[in-house]
Design a protein around this ligand. Structure first.
Ligand code: ADP
Ligand code: BMX
Length: 299
């Protein structure tokens, strides 16, 4: 599929922000972004998606609509938070059915990181790669895999949730219930928590990374720990599936200096476990383009 063949609408519902877009010939021609309320139930999210789509000119059932969400999406389109601190009321709810009921038959729903992996492989940094991994470092830490040119998806939707792999047995607990996960060290919510514990309450992950770029010692410690967790994840992925390339996305993954920090940490590891790490070239358009591409393809 060529990017220029994409025509329709897309929604990207992340842990911090939700974007709705109109896409014409592969270009975003209208976009509306607003904060995500992590406390809504399914009906609340459907209402919010509908309002957002109206603002970007949703034209009704004949249009194709791709929706990506943070959280696990099963092969039957059921939706569940893995980190229940991010979406507090979403646990095995029939998202695909609800979207079809509201927006008609030409819809598809997928996990946000899976959709971005698909888009980066089709149109972005992973184009032409046989084995490719994508990691988003955002509110949480998510991911996706292309192996043998194909997107890996499991029936329960958990495949690719690398952020919940544990890299220390006694680290902090994240909202998945697991200790020492990559997300508990490098996810945006965890970083804000670490800042509060270091005496900087009310600081978002954005504030922390900006302070780290100004060489403030407390923030450098947190930023390096997060980058170290992502570097370990990259080396672990290398041992498990041996990707040719790993792309990082999400607002933290794409922030100034983050990939430099990750690469520095990765270079400390044996060469066999190193892998080139690049920025996701579609930036924050990746989830939207991937959502629509998957809907158009019926993936
Ligand atoms: P979502 O998780 O909703 O997809 P983002 O990818 O924007 O959204 O991730 C949100 C997280 O990224 C928040 O923790 C926020 O503080 C952090 N963030 C936003 N902008 C930046 C930035 N410029 N540098 C570092 N972190 C950022
Ligand atoms: C979490 C998990 C993933 C998601 C990833 C990135 C939840 C609610 N989300 O690991 O499904 O792909 O975050 O999502 O369990 P984002 O909102 O941080 O972009």
């Amino acid at each position: 599929m060529q990017r220029s063949e994409l025509n329709g609408f897309a929604v990207d519902l992340g842990g911090t922000k939700t974007a709705a877009a109109k896409i014409e010939r592969g270009q975003i021609t209208a976009r509306h972004v607003q904060p995500t309320d992590g406390g809504l139930d399914l009906a609340g999210y459907i209402r919010s998606i509908e309002q957002m789509l109206r603002r970007v000119g949703w034209t009704g059932e004949k249009s194709c609509l791709g929706v990506t969400v943070t959280g696990r999406v099963s092969d039957t389109g059921d939706w569940a938070a893995v980190n229940s601190g991010t979406l507090r009321e979403i646990s095995d709810v029939p998202l695909a059915d609800a979207l079809r009921h509201q927006f008609g038959p030409r819809i598809a729903v997928s996990n946000d990181a899976s959709a971005t992996t698909y888009a980066e492989h089709q149109f972005g940094s992973g184009a032409g790669r046989h084995d490719f991994a994508y990691i988003t470092v955002s509110t949480g830490v998510g991911g996706g895999l292309i192996l043998g040119g194909k997107l890996i998806q499991s029936r329960s939707g958990l495949a690719g949730h690398f952020g919940f792999s544990a890299i220390s047995s006694d680290g902090p607990r994240c909202g998945s219930g697991r200790r020492g996960t990559v997300e508990s060290l490098a996810g945006g919510r965890a970083i804000a928590q670490q800042a509060a514990e270091a005496g900087y309450p009310g600081h978002s992950a954005k504030d922390v990374f900006e302070a780290a770029q100004r060489h403030e010692a407390w923030a450098v410690t947190i930023a390096d720990r997060a980058a170290g967790a992502i570097a370990t994840l990259c080396a672990n992925l290398k041992t498990m599936v041996d990707p040719d390339l790993i792309a990082l996305g999400g607002s933290i993954g794409l922030s100034d200096g983050f990939i430099v920090r990750v690469t520095k940490e990765l270079q400390q590891k044996p060469v066999l476990f190193q892998c080139p790490v690049v920025p996701a070239s579609l930036g924050d358009e990746g989830p939207l383009l991937g959502a629509l591409a998957m809907a158009e393809k019926g993936a």
